[in-house]
Structures are given as C-alpha cells and as structure tokens.
Write a protein of this length. Structure first.
Lengths: 320, 392
C-alpha cells in the first residue's frame, strides 16, 4: 500500500481540520436547527423572554447595592430605613415599599432572584444527573438492578413530598444547600428515573448499541458514549420542569416557616404573613404581590421553556 | 389478568411495609423523640421514669420496638395523641380521612374534566389564539404560588364579595343547636352523594352512550337525572339535614375551585399532546372524509383514544395533589389529613404525625392500586407479565 502514490482526489478528501472542531461545528449546527424549531413555539419564546427579564433583574442587584443604594438601608436581610414608619407604601426611595421590619422590598426581590436561579438549577441538576445515570444503568443492565431502582422510584413517588419535608423541616431546619440537594435527590430517584429509563430502554435496543457491543465496547463505554447522549435531550427537558418544582417547593416551605433560609421570595410572604399583614390583603398589597408574582412568573417561565423544548425533543409533536 | 393483579397486590403490600419502616425510622431519627419528651421532665423521679420507660416498651432494643410498632399498626393501634390527649390517633385519623377523601375526589374529578374538555379544544385548534392563551393561562395557574392563590381567592370571594363562607369546615353558630353530630351528617352526605353519583352515571350510561344521541334520549336522561337529584334533596330534607349539608357543601366550594384552578392545566396539556397524535391517525381522517361534523370527529373519534395516557397521569398526579393537599387544607383550615399532619409535625406530636404520614402513604397506595385495576380494565392492549393479553 505504501508504494502507491495517493491520487489527488484522495488527498483532497482527507480532512485537515482537527476532529474536535468538526464535532464542535456539528454541535453548533444541531443547536441552530433546534433553536429554529424552538422559535416556532410561541409559548417557549414567551418563557425565554420572561427568563431574560429575570436574568437582567437579578444582575442589577450587585450594581445597585454597590453604586446607588446605601447598604445599611437596602440590605435585604439586615437593612432598616429609620426615616419611615413600616411597612411603608411605595415611595421614590422604596419603589415597592418596605416590609414590616423596614427592609426594602425591591432590594429583597432583586437579591433573591439569583438565589432562586441557583436553587432551582442546582436541585434540578442533581435530580437530572441522578435520573439519567440511574435510568441508563437500569435500562442497560436490566434484571435486579432495574427492579431495585424502579421499586425505589415507586416508593419515593409514594412519599408525599411537601408533607414529608414539612415533617422533616419542622424538626431539622434545613438550610439553602442541603435543601436543594435533598430536593434533587428525592426528585432524581423518583419519577424522573422511570421516564428516563423508558427512553434509555428504547435506545438500548437500537442496532448501533449492538454494533458497539460486537466491536468490543465495554459496558461503561456503551452507557457513556451511546445511551446517555441519546437520553440527554429528554433529561434537559425534565430539568426545566424540575426547576419549577424545586422553586415552588422552596417557596411553599418557606411560607410555612419550616426552612432556615434568610431571604427568598417565599420568605418575603412568610414575613408579611407572620406579622399579620396578609389579613388585610388589599391595603398591604406591596407585601405579597411582587414576590408572589415573581414566584409564579419565574416558575411559569421555566415550565413554558420546557413546553417549547418538548416540541424539539418529541418529533411527534412537531407540526411538520 | 388475575395473576397480574395478585402480583401487583403483593408488591403493594411489600411497598407498604417498606414505607411504614421508613416512616418509623424517620421519626426515630428526629432529635427530641418520644423518650425524651417523657424522660426529661424533672418532676418525674428516677424510679417513675424507669417504670414509664418499661411500660412504654422503650427499654427494649430498637428492632423489638419496631416490631411492636408494626404489630400495633396493623391492628390499628397507633397510640394516643399528645396534643389531643386522650384521643387515640386511630380515632382522629378515621374522622379526618373521609374529609380529605371527599375534597380531593371532587376536586380531582372536576379538574380532570375541565382539563379534558379544554385539552381537546386547544389540540383541535393548534397554533391558534385559543391554544396560545389557554396554554399560557393554564401554565400560570399550574405554577402559581399555591398558598398565595388560595389567599387571594379567599379574599375576593369570601372576604370582599361575601359570596362564600370564610374557611373552616362548618359554620359553628349554625351547628350549636344542631341535633346531629358533624360526622353523622357528613357520613350520610358522603354515602348519599356517592349513591347519587352512581345513579347519575347509570342514567348517562343508559341514554347517552355511544353515538346515538337523539333528542328523545336527551329528554329521558334529563328527566331521570333531575328526578334522582330531587329525590336525594328530598331525602335530606326529610331527615332535617339539608341545611347542615348545604353548609358543608358551601364550605367545600372554594377549596375545590382553587384545587381545580391549580391542577387542570396538567390534564389539559397532556390531553393536548396526546390529541395531537391521534388527530393524525387514519381513522380520524376517514371520519372527516365521510363528512361527519367537526365536533363529532373531535369528541367521539380523536378524544376517546387520546384519553388513555391522560388516565395514567391521573395516578401520578395523586401523589402531588396529596402534597398540595397539605397546603390547601392548611390555607382553608379544612380539617383533613394534610392539616393534621402539618399541625402535629409543628407541635412535635410524634404519634399523630407518624400516624398521619403513614396513613397518607396507605391512602396513596390504595389509590395507586385502584388506578392500576382501572387502567388494566380500560386498555385491553396492555400485556401483563410479558404475556399476550389474550392469555393473561
């Protein structure tokens, strides 16, 4: 073979670009195509717009506290404005008024935004990573592994989440990060495993998995290189839905005062509730409306993006 | 089929044991458990403490304690509540369970029906304004902050407009002179309502089933349905319970509506997705081609097939609705299991909290099992234990 001079055509067909760059380009092209499908979903785009708004809103916080606002007054947890009687209605100094302990509502709202992002995404990430790996492993090995994880998921789905967390939380006050992790674990081993396992199972019977096995690929290689990448789109979709669940759970538990979190949207309503201002609803609207609206819109945004992604991931839902 | 159900029953019982075990050890792992509540009291001398410990069986090792707990649980003895001393836990749970059950069954059925109705409409008009608007509104309610939404609804309908009673289960003033106990009235109401529902279902099944929806059938069904309702109301009136029943019902309206608002979107979106698949099927095309009106093609052809996956979701949404149940019951002061669980957990009433948590699980397990049976009956295509349906 060596002696044969390569023909000019073969020379041209040899790719000069490194492999990673080709993969990168392919990934970009796939992303662009998916984005084009996603853009057609009006609901999904609405979610993106709302989320973009919250992104800007949250990013304003460090700027505002470092330049415009006095940290002593506008600190979301310890701030106090000595010039007003609290809770004060919206005024030029406090655009959304102050809460019963004299803290600025707008500052609290901005401060909490990035933390809600973190909480939701962290807990959803934990749940999706667990769900994907466990689902892929259960689908690949089958048998006892499969039965074990599926029955575990059944039991976890049986647990009523919020009552359970209320019971746990009323005895051990959970802080921010443990709470996010616990929530992620409960979600991850629960329903999401079952859904992702079903997807992994359908991947597992494809010819290319058999081909990889015949070619001598190890179990680890097949799971990593073939099954997981094909489950990932669906995982990503469920991640969006799980963000919604996580944030709503946090807000609800904060509202009932069973979490040890210093500031969040749920805590803001909890503060108003404990001080008794929710009894006169219409008069003290600024105590509950901004945070309540923020929770609802933020969760709805993630859910809408999930719906939009659904049309990308599930070809049967596409119009074409 | 029978084999499938038996194996499923076995699984349910096994799961129940695991669940009870987890609940038990969860409660044991909590700081400040029952032993300390009794033993840390300085007024009780050492000898009395030891005596108490022995009598409560706390001197045995944890495994023996667990065994006796399971034994007592199966016999329905779950101890005595701390906060509602000396009422036994079982007694309290038995009073609360039907209240939760009725509230959730009503809300679930209503939200399922609303979701089903809207789901098939928006799937039919895919991409239109109705689709977009209903999806956005539905998602907004679906992800709405529960407690706040219920507060807003209470404020609007009960506080400002005074249309509906404010919270609680009954109106205490009305019941002071009542010759019946609440439980008696509520029990009759549940049974009467159940019988009425079955009767109405039979009427609709007899007259409005299938494709023959003639005017005559409509008249017959309308007549017999109204007779049934009148008979039921008359019976309640004869027993002198009508006022009291109406009181309970009017207290139920707001929680049921809130639950429906929150959860109808789940069914609606699922119904939409599953409809989108069925409208592309050939038989739907054939039905349209032979000139049937759109509404008939939609309701009788496409929607029926699309209903199946939606029924599955009914099972899965039970657990989440029980979770939401705690919130709803607490916000509306509805004396059900969820509120009981919340109160007892906050008050460190361990026997009651354990009982309530275990019971919520039992409730869900039974519901899962019933739904499994229902699903098995509904869909003949499902194969059990890997065998073809014809054999199983």
């Amino acid at each position: 073979m060596r002696q044969l001079a390569p023909s000019p055509q073969a020379e041209a067909a040899v790719l000069r670009e490194p492999l990673w760059r080709i993969r990168w380009k392919l990934a970009l092209r796939g992303l662009a195509q998916n984005w084009a499908v996603f853009r057609e979903s009006r609901v999904g785009m609405l979610g993106v717009y709302i989320l973009a708004f919250f992104g800007i809103f949250g990013a304003l916080w460090p700027i505002m506290i470092n330049t415009v606002w006095d940290p002593a007054i506008y600190n979301p947890v310890l701030g106090f404005d000595p010039m007003l009687a609290h809770p004060s209605p919206p005024s030029p100094a406090h655009f959304l008024g102050t809460d019963p302990i004299g803290r600025d509502i707008l500052a609290q709202l901005m401060f909490s935004t990035s933390r809600e992002f973190l909480l939701g995404v962290l807990s959803a990430l934990v749940s999706v990573v667990i769900g994907t790996v466990v689902g892929a492993v259960a689908a690949y090995y089958g048998g006892f592994t499969d039965t074990f994880f599926m029955r575990t998921a059944d039991i976890i789905m049986l647990f009523p989440f919020i009552p359970l967390l209320v019971v746990v939380g009323s005895m051990v006050r959970l802080t921010f990060f443990p709470f996010a992790i616990v929530l992620g674990l409960l979600e991850g081993f629960g329903s999401i495993t079952i859904i992702l396992k079903a997807q992994a199972l359908s991947v597992n019977v494809r010819p290319y998995v058999d081909a990889a096995r015949v070619a001598g690929g190890s179990s680890f290689h097949i799971i990593r290189a073939h099954i997981i990448p094909n489950v990932l789109p669906l995982s990503f979709l469920y991640m969006m839905f799980n963000v919604t669940t996580a944030i709503l759970s946090e807000a609800t538990l904060s509202f009932f005062g069973v979490l040890n979190i210093d500031m969040s949207w749920g805590m803001m309503i909890h503060t108003a509730d404990v001080a008794g201002y929710l009894l006169d609803f219409g008069k003290y609207w600024w105590l509950w409306l901004p945070s309540g609206l923020a929770i609802t819109l933020f969760c709805a945004a993630f859910y809408m993006i999930g719906r939009g992604l659904d049309e990308v991931v599930n070809p049967r839902l596409r119009k074409r | 089929m029978r084999r499938y159900l038996l194996s499923r029953l076995g699984q349910v019982i096994l799961t129940l044991f695991i669940y009870i075990t987890i609940v038990y050890f969860l409660m044991q792992a909590m700081p400040g458990d029952i032993t300390q509540m009794y033993l840390a009291n300085p007024k009780i001398p050492q000898a009395a403490r030891e005596e108490l410990k022995k009598r409560l069986g706390l001197d045995q090792n944890i495994f023996m304690q667990y065994l006796s707990y399971v034994k007592n649980f199966l016999r329905g003895e779950m101890g005595v509540s701390f906060t509602r001393y000396p009422r036994p836990v079982w007694d309290i749970l038995m009073e609360r369970l039907p209240r939760t059950f009725v509230l959730f069954l009503t809300a679930h059925a209503l939200s399922f029906y609303v979701g089903y109705l809207w789901g098939r409409i928006i799937a039919w008009r895919r991409g239109g304004v109705v689709d977009y608007a209903a999806t956005v509104v539905g998602i907004t309610f679906w992800t709405a902050f529960y407690p706040l939404l219920s507060l807003i609804l209470i404020w609007i309908f009960a506080y400002s407009l005074k249309l509906l009673p404010l919270n609680q289960f009954i109106e205490p003033k009305l019941w002071q002179a009542a010759p019946f106990s609440t439980n008696a009235v509520f029990g009759r109401m549940v049974f009467g309502g159940g019988a009425l529902a079955i009767g109405l279902f039979l009427v609709f099944y007899l007259f409005l089933r299938g494709l023959r929806r003639t005017r005559r059938a409509l008249v017959y069904s309308g007549l017999s349905a109204s007779t049934l309702v009148l008979v039921a109301i008359g019976a309640a009136w004869r027993a002198g319970m009508l006022v009291y029943m109406w009181d309970i019902v009017s207290h139920m309206v707001l929680p049921v509506c809130t639950l429906t608002l929150i959860s109808f979107a789940g069914t609606m979106l699922l119904m939409r997705d599953s409809m989108l698949e069925t409208v592309q099927e050939d038989y739907v095309m054939a039905a349209r081609a032979k000139g049937l009106p759109d509404s008939i093609v939609r309701d009788r052809y496409a929607a029926r097939t699309a209903l199946l996956p939606t029924v599955t979701s009914l099972v899965l949404s039970l657990a989440s609705s029980m979770s939401g149940g705690l919130v709803t019951e607490t916000m509306f002061s509805w004396p059900g299991l969820g509120q009981l669980l919340f109160e007892s957990a906050l008050a460190n009433d361990y026997p009651l909290a354990t009982g309530a948590l275990a019971f919520t699980g039992v409730f869900l397990l039974v519901a899962h099992f019933v739904a499994d049976i229902l699903y098995a009956v509904l869909d003949p295509r499902i194969t059990y234990t890997g065998q073809p349906a014809a054999e199983g």
